[in-house]
Design a protein around this ligand. Structure first.
Ligand SMILES: Cc1cc2nc3c(=O)[nH]c(=O)nc-3n(C[C@H](O)[C@H](O)[C@H](O)COP(=O)(O)OP(=O)(O)OC[C@H]3O[C@@H](n4cnc5c(N)ncnc54)[C@H](O)[C@@H]3O)c2cc1C
Ligand code: SF4
Length: 478
């Protein structure tokens, strides 16, 4: 039975090479996997009770028509399922892989809530769209009319790309600027390949390129090209630059060699998977192989770091978090994955400093307990005096989260309004900023958030920009 065969090898899909039987050829595996995936998708889809109160749909930020595409999948009508799925989601195969479904659609499945285990909505969404790509059902983007107006998109992450897709389909000329050498934003360089395979992202970028979207890469707006110059060249501008300023640990010894930033660590690993030269990886600076690794933080970025370190062959991987498991900000599913893979969680622990000289040798840990709830109702961690100890470490990864860069200052546009957190102020429906013809979406507006929210914002902003350009056309004609 294909299912049994696959269940035996299920960890192969997580790139855990030690689990791969020596005689299993990639081609065999692919075939077994396809058969298994088809069977599994139909089985899961048929579990949907068509409950009539689709909380899954209302808890999906894109309001995907989940019950309908589950029903069609159960009936074997995959192409129709794909058509419905892609009508509301620009990148369904990406969301199916990396949405924290336990907090969104699947967490609100009626079957899950009645204690019978959720329908695995994300896996079915991934399966439908992967099948659509394989069978040529994903059509090239061909605008019915060409329009002369042009739109600049600053930032080639999911928010910017979703807007570019909407605008190009309507015939607008779209140029996407990004400071990296590849498009995709955190889809390309942040999220690890074992969660989101890079060819899956690249095929979407190629689809946009083939449709006539121009990409200007290695272009750091505000440094290589001014924001004013971009505004002068285009009829509308979308800012989708994400959040990249890291929250750094302030503790004695933090400057030592071996204490690195999460995004540097993950980017190096992702670049290697593209076959790039990465001297910091090759020198061992950003490679966990054979090391005692301590990751500091409790969010999804921290989970990606610990799971990457396991795959790189670390001697041990510990995750230090100042609250307990129940109060972690990251997805519980990700914590479970990490635990199953051998990550050791050290709850209620915070770094007080680092031991060693030029290179780090350990983390001075202070033990915490949860005290009274603060104004938000969340219990604040308090130090337990006299319980400090040293956790040995050769590599320490700081994964405490990200904040927005000071865009108005960096780009010399003080009139671009920001919130007190430094995120760009934008209308929550149209995504219009304080500057006429300038829109903003994704993390730079929401703060560190999710891919699916960036896609939703990008789709809405694409529509709003098109309406703005149409209106401008009407005014010009009068
Ligand atoms: C390690 C990590 C793992 C994550 N895992 C998940 C996950 O599993 N699931 C999930 O839903 N979300 C995840 N997220 C969050 C998710 O990646 C983001 O919410 C999402 O990518 C935001 O999209 P965006 O388009 O707003 O910005 P980004 O994806 O950050 O893209 C912004 C782009 O703007 C470019 N840019 C910035 N400044 C400039 C400039 N001055 N000039 C030119 N270009 C510029 C950047 O180079 C980048 O390419 C993760 C985040 C991180 C950091
Ligand atoms: S986009 Fe995300 S939340 Fe919506 S159905 Fe897909 S996996 Fe679930």
């Amino acid at each position: 039975m294909a299912t049994q065969k696959m269940l035996k090898f299920v960890n192969v899909s997580k790139e855990m090479p030690e689990k791969r039987p020596a005689n299993l050829r990639a081609q065999d595996f692919h075939e077994i996997y396809r058969e298994y995936a088809a069977e599994k998708a139909a089985e899961q889809a048929s579990r949907c009770s068509q409950c009539g109160v689709p909380y899954c749909q209302s808890h999906c930020p894109l309001h995907n028509n989940i019950p309908d595409w589950l029903r069609l999948t159960a009936e074997g009508r995959l192409q129709e399922a794909y058509e419905i799925s892609q009508a509301t989601n620009t990148f369904p195969e990406i969301c199916g892989r990396i949405c924290p479904q336990d907090r969104l659609c699947e967490g609100n499945c009626v079957i899950e809530q009645s204690g019978h285990g959720t329908v695995t909505i994300g896996s079915v969404e991934k399966y439908i769209t992967d099948t659509a790509w394989e069978n040529g059902w994903v059509k090239p983007i061909k605008p019915a009319v060409e329009r002369t107006e042009s739109v600049a998109v600053i930032g080639a992450g999911p928010g910017g790309l979703a807007a570019a897709d909407v605008l190009r389909r309507k015939g607008y000329q779209v140029t996407v600027y990004d400071r990296y050498d590849r498009a995709g934003g955190l889809l390309t360089y942040g999220i690890p390949g074992f969660k989101l395979e890079k060819p899956v992202v690249m095929q979407r970028i190629e689809q946009l390129e083939s449709a006539g979207v121009s990409f200007v890469l290695n272009c750091n707006v505000g440094v290589d090209l001014s924001f004013d110059a971009i505004r002068g060249q285009h009829d509308a501008v979308l800012i989708a630059t994400g959040v990249y300023k890291i929250r750094e640990i302030e503790a004695p010894g933090v400057g030592a060699k071996g204490i690195v930033k999460a995004l540097d660590y993950l980017t190096a690993s992702n670049r290697k998977s593209f076959g790039d030269e990465v001297p910091e990886f090759d020198s061992g600076e950003l490679n966990a192989e054979g090391k005692r690794v301590v990751v500091i933080g409790g969010g999804d970025t921290a989970m990606d770091c610990v799971r990457t370190a396991i795959r790189q062959g670390a001697q041990s991987v510990k995750c230090l978090y100042r609250r307990d498991k129940a109060n972690m900000p990251g997805s519980q599913r990700e914590v479970q994955n990490a635990e199953e893979e051998g990550v050791d969680f050290v709850w209620l622990s915070a770094p007080k400093g680092f031991t060693g000289g030029e290179s780090v040798e350990g983390v001075m840990v202070q033990k915490m307990r949860l005290g009274a709830p603060d104004a938000t109702g969340r219990q604040s961690p308090e130090v337990i005096e006299g319980a400090d100890y040293v956790e040995p470490a050769d590599l320490v990864v700081q994964a405490l989260g990200f904040e927005p860069e000071a865009i108005p200052t960096l780009w010399g546009v003080p009139e671009l309004a920001v919130t007190r957190w430094g995120t760009i102020k934008a209308d929550f429906r149209t995504h219009a900023t304080s500057l006429p013809g300038v829109y903003a979406v994704g993390d730079i507006v929401r703060g560190a958030s999710l891919v699916v929210w960036a896609i939703r914002d990008g789709r809405e902003a694409g529509e709003a920009i098109a309406a703005y350009l149409k209106q401008a056309e009407v005014v010009a004609a009068e």
